[in-house]
Design a protein around this ligand. Structure first.
Ligand code: MSP
Length: 541
């Protein structure tokens, strides 16, 4: 692993590169696509908040038989079909307020150039040879399957409505088997390379079973990149698409070659993917990179799958949850919050609209919104001016019910983000929100006011406002608009969306510390930061 590790050392720790998968354009985007992208966006926003220079890459995977067939069925040329679906993806990311930095299409001309250069490198290395490919191919997976892994009548387990097709053709192969030891060494040297642990174990056992070379070219398929050494073949869609992570890095106007493309943003810090495409990212991709003598990504995180009515949500199963319609009905912030909060990122989860509505109403309206609203209301009622109550934070004891939770919350949430533990991050913030609402009842500020206990009252109100602020700050990667509204009411003029898009920075350590609000600072009148949702249809589950 020396090649990879020594190149990794050149990586600047201030840059942080995140990728989503490059989505197939065989149909409209579904909620699984939105899920990965929301998570990647939240991570990107968190890292930007911490002052890192972040590059978030997303895009589309447009070649291959699956896309070619879909276009033919729609009576469109493959390119026209791709253009149409790409527009849907871009509209969706706008609707979900995704702040990506690069959108790579595998039909971009500069991508083709990078793929050909990469192919040539691996060929020159002696890792590509011609052979005969016989086997069962699932077009929906774009992958050859072991016969023993197929269901009855040769149906694919991942696409039970699709039948695998028999192929017997001359292909070019990549010598994956030559990388068995190097990959095992990689997994041993870098236990964090594949996350979470359950996925790592899956890969370890797959690799232990012995790696076989895989075919990286197709005949009789025009919709792809021709091989530089044999244009009668096109490059296998996965060998092409993975390179999108590198061609996305080419600066606009730059001569797109491998060396210049990897100069600033490579290696990626994390490839966020679904568990179904783990092998490609955690086995094939590192082997390809080692062969081409390029640095390896730092981490591959394979998240879980959503089901609807306990069935995989997928185009081929026809039980798509339309993410665009969901966002248009409920607004993207509630969805961003729900998906990050309610599913442990590595685990599977079942989507239900009723549960979604219940949870966001409970957390965002009754929990967070109410906390701010009640507290600002009390400040207004019990003070002469609408300003941050005076309070000496240093004098508040460390075991104070809110300070004790708030004081190291920023570092706990950061640690959770480093592990892509989005739900744990939100849960940690909500411990503070829950404790704050309870603190209102326990400390009874109205009684303090009546008893003329001014100093105590000021401290209680300060602690509550400060806790609402800190919660808003730490939730901003998930719900930037709500967080901006919270900050605005607290007299802090930060627009978390604007901040991200202009590349401006905030002092993360100051804002993430409990006790940031300055006494006497002007506050604004309370406005609901989140309007309760109504379940759109009675039949929704
Ligand atoms: N084109 C490949 C990726 C190439 S990356 C160089 C691909 N595309 S995909 O559109 O089929 O899937 C993209 C992602 O969506 C995958 O990470 C997949 O796991 C994820 N999901 C697809 N269905 C999903 C759910 N039902 N739930 C969660 N994620 C799901 O694979």
């Amino acid at each position: 692993m020396n090649t990879a590790d020594s190149l990794d050392d050149k990586f600047s720790p201030r840059t942080f590169t995140i990728t989503t998968p490059l989505y197939y354009v065989n149909g409209s985007p579904h909620i699984g696509h939105a899920y990965t992208t929301m998570a990647a966006d939240a991570l990107a926003r968190f890292k930007r908040l911490q002052g890192q220079e972040v590059l978030l890459i997303t895009g589309t995977d447009e070649h291959g038989q699956k896309i070619e067939r879909t276009a033919t069925e729609a009576n469109l040329s493959p390119q026209a079909h791709c253009d149409k679906v790409v527009a849907d993806f871009q509209q969706l990311w706008q609707q979900y307020n995704i702040q990506f930095d690069r959108f790579i299409r595998t039909t971009d001309p500069h991508h083709e150039q990078i793929v050909k250069e990469f192919f040539q490198r691996v060929l020159d290395k002696g890792d590509i040879y011609q052979g005969q490919q016989k086997g069962w191919y699932c077009v929906a997976c774009e992958e050859f399957k072991d016969e023993r892994d197929l269901l009855a009548d040769k149906h694919c387990p991942l696409h039970p409505s699709k039948v695998a097709e028999w192929r017997d053709e001359t292909n070019y192969f990549f010598k994956l088997s030559a990388y068995q030891e190097k990959l095992e060494q990689l997994y041993a040297d870098r236990p964090d390379f594949i996350q979470p642990t359950s996925r790592r174990n899956e890969v370890l056992s797959f690799v232990k079973g012995g790696l076989q070379d895989f075919s990286i070219s197709r005949v009789n398929l025009d919709w792809g990149i021709p091989l530089p050494n044999d244009p009668s073949h096109t490059i296998y869609v996965w060998f092409d698409a993975l390179l999108g992570y590198i061609s996305a890095l080419a600066e606009p106007g730059q001569n797109p070659d491998l060396t210049s493309s990897i100069s600033k943003w490579w290696p990626a810090n994390v490839h966020i993917i679904g568990k179904d495409i783990l092998r490609f990212h955690a086995v094939y991709w590192p082997a390809m990179l080692i062969s081409a003598e390029l640095p390896l990504p730092k981490m591959v995180f394979g998240h879980g799958f959503f089901t609807k009515d306990s069935k995989k949500i997928s185009k081929s199963e026809g039980n798509i949850v339309d993410p665009l319609q969901l966002a248009q009905t409920y607004g993207e912030e509630s969805l961003r919050y729900f998906f990050l909060r309610c599913f442990e990122f590595g685990q599977d989860g079942d989507f239900s609209e009723a549960r979604f509505v219940e949870i966001v109403n409970n957390d965002l309206a009754n929990g967070l919104g109410n906390l701010l609203n009640r507290t600002l209301g009390m400040v207004k009622k019990y003070s002469e001016q609408l300003v941050v109550p005076s309070c000496n934070v240093a004098e508040i004891p460390a075991d104070h019910p809110l300070k004790s939770i708030g004081q190291d919350l920023g570092s706990r949430v950061s640690n959770h983000y480093d592990q892509l533990a989005f739900s744990a991050a939100a849960e940690a913030v909500f411990d503070l929100v829950r404790a704050s609402n309870k603190f209102i009842d326990d400390s009874a500020p109205w009684a303090m006011f009546k008893a003329g206990q001014q100093a105590e009252l000021q401290q209680v109100l300060y602690s509550l406002l400060e806790s609402a602020r800190l919660a808003g700050f730490l939730l901003s990667p998930a719900i930037p608009k709500i967080s901006t509204a919270i900050y605005q009411q607290l007299g802090l003029m930060i627009d978390f969306d604007h901040l991200q898009s202009t590349g401006a920075t905030v002092d993360f350590s100051a804002h993430s510390a409990w006790g940031f609000l300055s006494a006497g600072g002007q506050l604004n009148s309370a406005q609901p930061v989140f309007a309760k949702l109504e379940l759109a249809s009675e039949n929704s589950t």
